[in-house]
Design a protein around this ligand. Structure first.
Ligand code: HEM
Ligand SMILES: [Ca+2]
Length: 199
């Protein structure tokens, strides 16, 4: 059966989309589905980026680029929609090359691949990556001539690094763990909504 049609495995609760428990990539993307109807429109990508603290420029550029790049891969049929919707239930089809392999082809989280990031690339500290180590990982993950994959991976990881590195320029393992299931985005949104009072 064409997996793009509504199947009995698509969960809905009170008319809201419910991400599949095993498909962690759905959870990563579901944060951006602001009205939780299972579709991420460009304005939702924009709002999601804004809500975790990104500026107007980055949020606008990301909304255009991400929705234009991923929409059609997640949709049934041949014809593109000019509203560039991304269907959350099919998000695993939008995977690209030159990634870490932490999401498998079904969008599941692969713990061994996650550990590999640190066993292979974290040299100065066991549980975090410096900017150079991150670059080392990106280069090591590159598949030959996969230019689209190189750019996609570079952007994902550089945005994460810029937003979440600590004061010493380290990107921590628990931060990286939390980006995969989207819980990082929820935390960032909450922290922004209730900023710590400065003494
Ligand atoms: C600030 C926002 C975001 C950050 C920091 C971010 C970061 C990341 C990171 C670090 C990965 C893992 C790549 C790897 O394992 O090599 C990833 C994967 C992915 N992200 Fe995001 N992401 C963001 C927003 C989005 C949005 C809005 C979408 C789509 C609506 C999206 C779709 C994906 C997809 C499809 C993958 C899987 C790529 C693959 O494994 O081939 N992300 N993202
Ligand atoms: Ca939506």
């Amino acid at each position: 059966m064409d997996s793009s049609t509504l199947s009995s495995t698509d969960k809905q609760q009170n008319g809201k989309f419910v991400p599949n428990d095993h498909n962690v990539l759905q959870k990563h993307v579901f944060f951006f589905d602001r009205n939780q109807d299972g579709i991420v429109y460009p304005w939702e990508t924009f709002q999601g980026f804004r809500s975790i603290g990104c500026g107007i420029l980055l949020s606008t550029a990301s909304a255009f680029l991400i929705n234009i790049a991923l929409s059609q891969k997640t949709r049934p049929g041949k014809f593109p929609s000019l509203l560039f919707p991304i269907e959350v239930k099919n998000i695993q089809r939008a995977k690209h090359g030159s990634d870490s392999g932490v999401y498998d082809s079904e969008g599941r989280f692969v713990p061994a691949k996650f550990e590999e990031i640190f066993s292979k690339h974290a040299r100065s500290h066991p549980n975090s990556l410096t900017s150079d180590e991150l670059m080392g990982m990106l280069k090591a993950n590159r598949e030959p001539k996969d230019f689209k994959g190189w750019v996609a991976s570079y952007t994902e990881w550089k945005i994460l690094y810029t937003l979440c590195k600590d004061k010493d320029g380290l990107l921590h393992k628990d931060t990286i763990r939390a980006v995969y299931d989207g819980s990082l985005f929820e935390r960032m949104e909450k922290e922004r909504a209730s900023p710590k009072k400065t003494a």
